[in-house]
Design a protein around this ligand. Structure first.
Ligand code: SF4
Ligand code: SF4
Ligand code: SF4
Length: 225
C-alpha cells in the first residue's frame, strides 16, 4: 500500500532530526559531505564475471519487488573464436544523466536531478504515474513500483546507504572490485584517478544525455570456457 504524505513527513522529520544530532556510523560520506558533488560510477567490464551479486544486493538493500529491477547485468556473447570465447557483461541501470530526458518530460517535478549530488531521483509523492519518463528514458531503466504505483529506479542507494555514509550496495557486494563509485568534482577520488588513466566509454553518449556511468570495455579472453 502506498505510504501517506503524512507518514513521509513524519519519517522525513525523524531522519532530519537524527542526522542533525548524531554522527553517521562508519561514515566517510556524511550528508553534508555529499553536497556539492557529482556522483558517478565506473563499471569495469573487463573485471566483471557476471555473478549478479550486485543486482542481488541492490534488490535486498532497496527492497525492490521481484517483478521489477533497479539493476541487472546483461550478458551477451560468446565472442571470439577458438578456445578463448568470452562474454560481455553490461550493467543495466539508471545512468544519472546530467541532461536527463526523464526530468525534462516530467509534468509534476517528481523526476528531478539533485543539484547537491547530481543524482537523478524520484519524489514518489509527486508522481502521478503518467509514465512519460519511462517512455523518454533511452536506457529503459525506469519502472512502476507495483506497491507504491509510483515510478522508481536506481538512486545510487541515496536513501538506503549514502545518507548513512556507506557506498552503494552494488559496489560493496562486488567480489572483483569491478565497480568504483565516487565524485567527479574530487580530483583526488579513486574514480577520477581511474578515469584519467583508463579508456572508458558511456552508453548512448551520442544522444547528448551526458550519462554518469562510465564503462571499461571487456577484452577478449577474460573469461575462458
Ligand atoms: S538513465 Fe533514464 S532514468 Fe536515468 S537519468 Fe537517464 S533518462 Fe533518467
Ligand atoms: S510517471 Fe511520475 S516521475 Fe514519471 S513523468 Fe509521470 S509524474 Fe513524472
Ligand atoms: S557483482 Fe561485480 S562482478 Fe558480479 S556482476 Fe556485478 S559488477 Fe560484475
Amino acid at each position: 500500500m502506498r505510504n501517506s504524505r503524512r507518514n513521509f513527513l513524519v519519517g522525513g522529520c525523524a531522519l532530519a532530526a537524527f542526522t542533525a544530532v548524531a554522527p553517521l556510523a562508519g561514515s566517510s560520506l556524511t550528508r553534508q559531505q555529499i553536497q556539492g558533488r557529482s556522483l558517478a560510477l565506473l563499471h569495469d567490464e573487463s573485471q566483471c564475471i557476471g555473478c549478479d551479486a550486485c543486482s542481488q544486493a541492490c534488490r535486498e538493500t532497496n527492497q525492490v519487488p521481484q517483478s521489477v529491477s533497479r539493476l541487472s547485468i546483461r550478458r551477451t556473447g560468446p565472442y571470439g573464436s577458438g578456445d578463448a570465447p568470452f562474454y560481455r557483461f553490461e550493467r543495466v541501470s539508471c545512468q544519472h544523466c546530467e541532461n536527463a530526458p526523464c526530468v525534462r518530460v516530467c509534468p509534476t517535478g517528481a523526476a528531478y536531478r539533485d543539484p547537491n549530488t547530481g543524482i537523478v531521483a524520484v519524489d514518489e509523492f509527486k508522481c502521478v504515474g503518467c509514465q512519460y519518463c519511462i517512455a523518454a528514458c533511452p536506457y529503459q531503466v525506469r519502472y512502476v513500483d507495483p506497491q507504491t504505483k509510483a515510478v522508481d529506479k536506481c538512486d545510487f542507494c541515496q536513501k538506503s546507504r549514502l545518507e548513512k555514509g556507506l557506498q552503494p550496495a552494488c559496489v560493496d557486494a562486488c567480489p572483483t572490485k569491478a565497480l568504483v563509485f565516487g565524485d567527479l568534482n574530487d580530483p583526488h577520488s579513486t574514480l577520477v584517478q581511474r578515469l584519467k588513466v583508463t579508456p572508458t566509454y558511456r552508453d548512448k553518449e551520442s544522444l547528448g544525455t551526458r550519462p554518469k556511468v562510465f564503462r571499461v570495455s571487456a577484452k577478449p579472453g577474460e573469461i575462458r570456457l
